[in-house]
Every structure is written in structure tokens, then in C-alpha cells.
Write a protein that binds this ligand. Sequence first.
Ligand SMILES: [Zn+2]
Length: 129
Amino acid sequence: MEDVLVLNRVTCGVCNTTLTSMHRHDYQSCTCDNQTFTDGGTDYQHCGGKDMEAVNIDSVYLSDGFDKCRTVPIWGSYGKNGDEPLKWMSISEMTDEHLEALLHYNVEEWRKDLMKQEIEHRKKQKHAG
Ligand SMILES: [Zn+2]
């Protein structure tokens, strides 16, 4: 099975800036001479820099496991009433109600799977107490 890119992230080894591309046309670059960049969001990772040795790929894939995937930002939210500035959240930061509600939306399957896993994970935690 093909792996899924969950978070598109690189760190520039020259200026130590971490760059995250959140969606397909979200081109992010640092300002130092290496011109490290990443683009493509979770569709694909297009990254580079003058010296590729200084481009450290910190991306997260589904194969990194649920414990890792639940802690990285994968969902953009404009707040409860949709009037707040865009904020990227990890599923571990989302409320139960938010997760449940999103399962009824047209959300990519892998995101939905992670949300379902998070709901199950919380149920287990409650019972474990
Ligand atoms: Zn840099």
C-alpha cells in the first residue's frame, strides 16, 4: 500500500528554520542563502535548496504510526463560528464534538481514519481510568 503524507515539513540546516506546507499551493521558503523550500502540502512533497544536504526532511507519514500522526497539525479551522483566523490543529487538540462532526463532512479518508482512531483512543483512555 502506498504511504500517505500527513505533514509536509522540512528544516533548513543552515538557518534552522522549520517550514511546513499545509496545502497544495502553500509554498514555504526560508530567507537564508540556502533558499530551502517546500511545497505541495499533503498532495506531494516538492522541496529543495541550493545545498540539498542542508535540507532536512521532517515530514510525517501515516506509516510513522498513530501516536505520531495525532500530534501534528492536519486540520485547518476558522473557529466555532467560522470567523476566527485560520488555525491548524492536530487531532489530539480537537474536541470530541469537533471530531464527531467532521466525520459527517467530505473529508479525505486518511484524515477520517485518524479522527476515528482518536475517538476510539479517547474512549479507551476513559475506560482505563
Ligand atoms: Zn535557511
